[in-house]
Ligand binder design. Structure first.
Ligand SMILES: CC(C)(COP(=O)(O)OP(=O)(O)OC[C@H]1O[C@@H](n2cnc3c(N)ncnc32)[C@H](O)[C@@H]1OP(=O)(O)O)[C@@H](O)C(=O)NCCC(=O)NCCS
Length: 149
């Protein structure tokens, strides 16, 4: 496996990121939404780059408000899954949380998304509630999870 480099997301990564996002989600974020997040001090976005060609293998981001943060996106290009990259991105977000004094890291996940739920449980997130019919396309409950830092 090629080396994977984790670094801050830049505008030059957004075409790759938006393509992965569109392949993974039924209501994907737009290029503009990612560009706004990259420019905002209230968001932290990181990418995992393939050391061979510099292409984006995966990305993750969160919104930070005082001592709380919420993961807004995380996805790994299908060709790079199962190699620990999502775990590394979560570690990267946690490091940024600690640097910014964040104490609670929250997220929402589709009830049926067993891969993501297993990832979050492995990384120390605990279930703290459900939001009924939170998602659309298809309609589905959200599981709310939090990691205490
Ligand atoms: C969920 C996702 C981010 C995992 O990325 P990944 O890089 O393949 O995950 P990792 O290799 O870091 O796996 C870490 C842990 O996640 C869990 N996991 C990952 N893929 C899994 C799968 N297909 N089935 C079950 N558990 C899985 C396992 O607990 C795994 O630990 P293990 O390898 O010791 O078993 C990836 O499948 C993805 O991008 N899915 C589509 C987008 C998405 O659903 N994002 C989350 C929105 S809330």
């Amino acid at each position: 496996m090629a080396d994977i480099i984790i670094e801050t997301m830049k505008h030059g990564n957004i075409d790759d990121v938006a393509a992965i996002e569109a392949a993974c989600f039924s209501t994907p974020w737009s290029r503009n939404a990612f560009a706004d997040a990259v420019d905002s001090e209230n968001y932290e976005y990181i990418v995992a780059l393939d050391g061979n060609d510099g292409g984006v293998a995966a990305y993750a981001g969160m919104q930070v408000v005082l001592d709380e943060a919420e993961i807004t996106n995380i996805a790994v290009d299908e060709r790079y899954r199962g190699r620990g990259i999502a775990g590394k991105l979560l570690e990267g977000l946690v490091t940024l949380c600690v640097r910014r004094g964040v104490k609670y890291l929250h997220l929402e996940v589709r009830e049926s998304n067993t891969a993501a739920r297993s990832l979050y449980a492995k990384c120390g997130f605990e279930i703290d509630g459900m939001r009924k019919n939170f998602y659309q396309k298809p309609t589905e409950n959200a599981v709310l999870m939090t990691k205490l830092l």
